[in-house]
Design a protein around this ligand. Sequence first.
Ligand code: SF4
Ligand code: SF4
Length: 436
Amino acid sequence: MDLRRFQDIIAVQTNDGIIAYHSRNLEVAELSPEAYEQMAKINLRTSGIPFAQLNADEAAASLTGWQQEDNLDVKSGHIEFGIKSLTVNVTQVCNLKCVYCAAGGDGTYGDPVNRINVEKTLPQLKFFLEKLKDGSTFSLSFVGGEPLLYPEAICLIYDYVMLQTAGRNIRSRFMITTNGTLITDKVLDILRAMKIHITVSLDGESTINDQVRPSKDGRSSTALTVDGIKKLVGIKSNLASLGIAGVYSAKNLEVKKSYLFFKSLGVDWFEFNFSYTEKDMAAQTEYLSQMKEIAQLAWDAGGEAEFRRIKAFNLYFQTLDSQQRIENFCGAGKTFLMIDAKNQLYTCPWVVGEKDEIVGIGASLDLEKLDKYQKPLIELNNCQTCWARFLCGGGCMYIHREHSGDKHKKDELFCERTRSLILLAIMYYKRARAEQ
Ligand code: SF4
Ligand code: SF4
């Protein structure tokens, strides 16, 4: 791939012509071959701004002119402290034993307390709900372990949030991440009433999923999950959305096969995540090559609508359409906190169980610790010269730390992967908007 850069502008030669992206202005446009020729060659690993010697011609003048333009429609991605999104560890125990589980291999994070105490959680939620500004959207996400091992808690928490926000100008969104193996009639009734966004974790067909996501009793988890998904598809009109998220690594590189399988299950969207612990460059190259293939397959099958069923691509399309810069990959410590089964607070679901990462308990916040999270992540992570910064937002601090030992020292593998996916989305964005 011949990728080039001039200051904030990158450009790539594609079958649709030369496509350029102005990273500060979130603009995608076609570029002349004359301008492209004068830009400096870069690759997807390059973060810095290379030197480009421009000619004194018309193409150079138009390139410089575009570089200097300020798109007044672009909105800042700065976010102020104010918690409006919480994730609750309803249970810290699971009925599966996934090989890559971030929660200690069994959902417990090594802790004997394995389910939330609802009586302690409701006053904690009250504390955050009371602080919400008029007109806010409040998001509550249920995770585990497997959260559907304790559906009664989900039901009580939902009822409480609805009661506390009734009569106020606050919109509540509920999300759940489940392995989909425990979808009983009672669970279906609860989910139906909540108008909830559901993410089912599944890594592909049984040949691979049973290996990486085995159940504790040795039964095929895939058969149970697929059965659960079918039941959820049956109540889809009562859900906010239903999607499947898979994890890929050197142990499972069946991304394309998964895409075709997930598509056959009738859900709304799919997510294909590269494992946060994987360090194998060859595995990442193969993953990216298959992401490219599924992008093409999706586009051929149904254009923009089908392409946007792939969650990462949809997010980039949304950002480009809304002209809303992303300066924070996530709201960790700014707008988002995680509640564990002991009502301790963390900035991220993946650090639960780490004493040094606790930033509060119950309704008490450690503001000194939280203060360290308040700058934009693109600044904290030194992403100022990366062309992908306003679509990426500085990356996941947890993944960075996992690879570099420091939350704010970037994982180069993550950066290359993110830039590749962003570039792919930009290419299809140009095609989609040209067709319009
Ligand atoms: S973390 Fe994201 S914004 Fe920062 S350098 Fe990497 S790709 Fe760019
Ligand atoms: S740091 Fe990463 S894992 Fe943690 S909340 Fe942010 S995006 Fe999620």
